[in-house]
Design a protein around this ligand. Structure first.
Ligand SMILES: [Zn+2]
Length: 460
């Protein structure tokens, strides 16, 4: 812990990753640069066996010149961006906007005929982790309703305020979304809604000339500290290196990528020798549906009996309050022992909440114990996936503490007298998915069939 808290390259690493390299969408030169740089940074930190592991994302995607304007009853030029991995759109001229409120089944019924129209969907400004989950989970049924009603496009009213734009995607596979969509600045979207609600017809032009292409190759970046007694057994410390690109992916998740690199450095500098191998993994393709960690779990399936745990950080730089075991109640005792040295830093809570929000998910499906850091939201929601997610938002003091916390946890697992926990078999994983309601989330997001068919997750 003292090594972690000392002056280190943590800040300059993060500054380079965000300011010099910038937003990191897989398939772009920035992400390629980040992958190159991360290997150098791991080597400089003292990593062994530094390498990349390539995988493919089915479609490449880049935003074109998105243009959205109201033509009547008055002319308004609006601020809008395409949703990630949304298909391009033939330019729409003088098309009717229909307000579908919150986009529930009833709302769409009330709206009536939406064929060929732009549908305007409302949403609230997100403030909590639950709000953020809601921002994703409400989307699939709305997409279905819009497609079924043959809408021309969806306009989402931004869920950040003060004209702030952001981008993400709801595809879980790296394939294109089923319909063209843009996010419009909140204040402008609300103004359109008021025009409509005052009984006027609103007509708009919309251009979304996104560039889409075939499969792209990207890579996870891996480094190790080899174990002295059981090198074949390993603990993963992971964070995703990729990000959206309107901002520079500082809170999500550049800060924790830099943290993982610095945890390696701190452990090396401390002289502590792990008995089992520590594996530091920076994933790509997280934002397109956890694609890097999915690929990692699939490629490493033959050695996952030797995976003791996957420890993941992906919640900005707010204070760490504890870890979620995502439904593995059998691990709670061992987790408390592990966290005992972190009490002084306020890391005390063991929780069991589970979602599909980050890179532990495919390890969980493979039966591997996972720990995901729970953190105070701090300034995460205001800047989530937005233009404002930049270096200046990161709490560097807290991030340095995270280095100490992450290093302590993974060394604790690597050097414990006994295995941290067992690997679950398929029956146990299936029960966990039911108990945590992850089953419902997976069905909602269209990934249940991949688990059921054995394409994703533990097969026996
Ligand atoms: Zn993230």
């Amino acid at each position: 812990m003292p090594e972690a808290l000392k002056p280190s390259p943590l800040q300059s690493n993060l500054q380079h990753l965000t300011d010099d390299i910038g937003g990191r969408v897989p398939g772009t030169p920035a992400m390629e640069q980040a992958i190159e740089w991360a290997q150098e940074a791991f080597r400089a930190a003292g990593g062994e066996n530094v390498h990349t592991e390539k995988f493919q994302i089915p479609q490449s995607w880049a935003e074109g010149q998105t243009r959205f304007s109201v033509q009547s009853p008055l002319e308004l030029s609006l601020h809008a961006v395409s949703v990630g991995w949304a298909p391009p759109l033939e330019p729409l001229r003088h098309v009717h906007i229909v307000d579908v409120k919150d986009g529930t089944g009833d709302d769409f019924l009330q709206a009536g005929n939406i064929a060929g129209s732009i549908v305007l969907v409302h949403g609230k400004v997100i403030q909590t982790w639950d709000d953020l989950d809601g921002e994703y989970n409400r989307v699939p049924p709305i997409l279905q309703s819009a497609v079924r009603g043959r809408a021309a496009a969806i306009v989402w009213i931004a869920e950040r305020d003060r004209d702030l734009l952001y981008r993400h995607t709801d595809t879980q596979t790296g394939e294109l979304e089923p319909i063209s969509q843009v996010i419009v600045a909140r204040e402008e979207g609300l103004r359109i809604a008021r025009l409509l609600n005052s009984g006027r017809q609103v007509y708009a032009n919309l251009e979304v000339p996104n560039q889409v292409g075939g499969p792209l190759t990207t890579a996870n970046v891996v480094a190790e500290i080899r174990g002295s007694e059981h090198p074949e057994q390993f603990v993963v410390l992971g964070a995703h290196l990729d990000s959206w690109e309107l901002g520079t992916g500082a809170l999500d998740n550049g800060c924790n990528a830099a943290m993982v690199i610095d945890a390696l450095r701190a452990i090396r500098a401390s002289g502590v020798q792990p008995k089992r191998t520590l594996r530091f993994v920076l994933f790509s393709g997280e934002e397109q549906g956890l694609l890097g960690s999915e690929a990692y779990a699939r490629e490493h399936r033959p050695e996952l009996d030797n995976a003791l745990a996957a420890v993941i950080f992906d919640s900005g730089s707010g204070r760490v309050t504890g870890f979620t075991l995502s439904g593995r109640t059998d691990l709670a005792g061992a987790a408390r022992v592990l966290m005992a040295p972190l009490q002084q830093m306020g890391v005390t809570a063991v929780t069991q909440d589970a979602d599909m929000g980050t890179d532990n998910f495919d390890f969980l499906l493979e039966g591997v114990p996972t720990l995901v850091a729970n953190q105070d939201p701090a300034n995460y929601m205001q800047n989530y996936h937005a233009m404002s997610d930049t270096f200046d938002k990161v709490d560097l003091g807290n991030l340095r503490k995270e280095v100490a916390e992450a290093a302590t946890v993974v060394v604790g697992i690597a050097n414990a007298p006994q295995r941290f926990g067992t690997r679950q078999d398929r029956t146990q994983v299936k029960q966990l998915l039911r108990d945590t309601h992850l089953e419902d989330t997976m069905k909602l997001n269209g990934v249940w069939t991949a688990w059921e068919s054995g394409q994703r997750g533990r097969t026996r």
